[in-house]
Every structure is written in C-alpha cells, then in structure tokens.
Write a new protein. Structure first.
Length: 180
C-alpha cells in the first residue's frame, strides 16, 4: 500500500478584507467538515444560525440559494465533492514578508488544490490573475505517482494542468500516434 499526497505552498497577495474573508472561509470549512459533516437533508435548519453568524462579506460572497435547503450550498460549490468541505491546508496572514502589503501563506500536505483555486477566484479579486503550483507525491517509488501541476486563476476562468497532461501533449506533438 502506498500513500499519495497533493502538496502546495504559496504566497497570495491580499487586501485586509480579503485576508479576513479567507480566514473565515477556512474556519467555516473546518466547522462544516467537523461538526456538521453528513447533516441529513431535512435537518439543514440546524445550519441556519451558523450561516447567520457569518460575516456580511461571507454571506455576500456565498449567498443562500433559494432552491437549496443548505444555507452553505454556494460555499460548498468550491469543492469537487461538496460532501467533503475541507481545504486540507493551513493559512496564515503575514504583513511583514516584504513591502508589498498583506500576503496569505497557504500550504498543505493533502491540499484540495481545486477548491483552493475556486476560493481564490471568489475571494481574492485583487490578486487576479494569479497562479500557483502543486506537487503530487507518493511515499513509495511507483511510476506515475510523482508529478505536479499548476493553476492560473482569472476572474472568469481557472486554467491548469498536471505535469502528466503536459508531458503527454508534448509527446503527442513530437510523435503523432504515440501512446502515453
């Protein structure tokens, strides 16, 4: 058996308002993935007071959806699997890194990089366009289990690829018909 990890670490320039909202998003995700994970449909009213306690900025960025029972439904859209709302990463805000202002330092060993990219697109407009890299690692030496990739985030798109996808594309362009 082998353990696979998706790792990332990057600095993200943010405004004070964005920094506050980012930290709140990490806390809300932690709360939802812990205290309320698996809340059955029909019992979503228990989430209402928690949504109401969120900041105005959070509720504006992630408004309730009329057709959804879960008040956090628009927030949960950040994840490829909304049943597991965890960034699996840590965040800290630093104003002393350099003279450029506030930066969020985001890092994780099992990070949900797709969810992080979606969060940045929704919350950190001042940083866009923005990009970060990620690494796919394995604690065993197994072919195809080590690589990485990137995301480039704009206000309208999240672009990205893995090193495997980039390598396959390059090989196909050099040797048409090659099977990778």
């Amino acid at each position: 058996m082998a353990n696979n990890y998706v790792e990332t670490a990057f600095y993200l320039p943010v405004t004070p308002e964005e920094a506050s909202l980012l930290e709140e998003c990490f806390l809300v995700a932690e709360r939802l993935s812990g205290d309320f994970e698996g809340t059955p449909s029909g019992e979503m009213q228990v989430l209402e007071p928690h949504y109401a306690a969120c900041s105005d900025a959070f509720r504006k960025t992630f408004p309730k959806q009329d057709q959804e029972e879960d008040p956090f439904a628009s927030f949960l859209e950040l994840w490829p699997d909304p049943d597991i709302p965890s960034f699996d990463a840590d965040i800290s805000i630093d104003d002393k890194r350099d003279d450029t202002g506030l930066v969020a330092f985001i890092r994780g060993y099992e990070a949900d990089v797709q969810a992080l990219a979606s969060l940045i697109q929704k919350v950190c407009m001042s940083a866009l366009p923005f990009g970060f890299e990620w690494a796919s690692t394995c604690d065993k030496f197994r072919p195809g289990q080590h690589g990485g990739g990137y995301f480039v985030i704009t206000g309208t798109q999240i672009l990205g690829a893995s090193t495997r996808e980039m390598m396959d594309e390059t090989l196909r362009s050099l040797r048409p018909g090659v099977r990778t």
